[in-house]
Design a protein around this ligand. Structure first.
Ligand code: DX5
Ligand code: ZN
Length: 227
């Protein structure tokens, strides 16, 4: 029986707004707000990833309508250039790709200086060793289970080994770091990610494209808890 840190049992659901109706963001958020732990915001610049989503003005507009924690997944080149704007727009947590920066320690300090929380993201082809030395700098580490850029893709189960490695690292070092999984999450894949050691689950399609988003959230929690 592995000894897990407190965060392992701290299950959090983070719906990705990317799959919501962009013409009714306030309504979409209101529908799920009482049932989730944070809101996952996918910021894409058409350069770091081959897609463009939304940016600071949209975040500022939805901040005026919601008190949820805004978990901001920065899929941009030079993500550190946006920390101040992201904080000013109402972002809470800056999640930046290890592939997009050269100095994670400096990036963490810059993010925290603005009042943002900080986390690192690792793409499917990037080895876990690339982030291991920097896990202790993070509030959360995100293991991508699809190639970033688009919702509705299939879960890549080969990334689960990275989740296991980070969970081991976090527990052995007794770090207070959340482990997040993003991409292709549904009840079945959420369960696998939970077994590997993830405790924060991003889901776009599985929540916002469901007939009943609240029931979909309940199904995710049940699968994660094994009930
Ligand atoms: C992909 C994004 C994800 C995406 C997940 O680049 O990082 O957050 O919205 O969407 P689903 O849950 O549909 O895979
Ligand atoms: Zn994301």
């Amino acid at each position: 029986m592995p000894i897990h840190s407190h965060s392992m049992d701290d299950i959090k659901i983070a719906p990705s707004l990317l799959a919501a109706d962009f013409a009714d963001l306030a309504g979409e958020i209101e529908r799920i707000e009482q049932h989730v732990d944070m809101l996952h915001l996918d910021i894409m610049d058409g350069h770091f990833v081959p897609n463009i989503s939304f940016g600071m003005p949209v975040i500022a507009s939805i901040r005026a309508r919601s008190n949820l924690v805004f978990d901001c997944h920065m899929m941009t080149t030079n993500p550190d250039l946006y920390f101040e704007d992201l904080r000013a727009a109402g972002g809470d947590l800056a999640m930046i790709h290890i592939e997009a920066i050269t100095d994670p320690t400096e990036a963490a300090a810059q993010a925290r200086a603005t009042g943002l929380g900080f986390g690192l993201v690792v793409n499917p082809p990037t080895p876990v060793e690339a982030i291991e030395p920097f896990v202790e700098l993070c509030d959360m580490v995100l293991v991508m289970s699809v190639h970033p850029g688009f919702g509705g893709q299939h879960f890549m189960s080969e990334v689960l080994r990275k989740v296991e490695a980070i969970r081991k690292w976090v527990d052995v070092s007794a770090l207070d770091v959340d482990i997040q999984i993003d991409g292709g999450i549904n009840p079945a894949t959420a369960r696998l990610a939970r077994e590997a050691g993830a405790n924060v689950f991003v889901a776009g399609t599985a929540i916002f494209r469901a007939d009943d988003p609240v029931a979909a959230i309940d199904r995710l929690r049940e699968a994660i808890n094994g009930t």
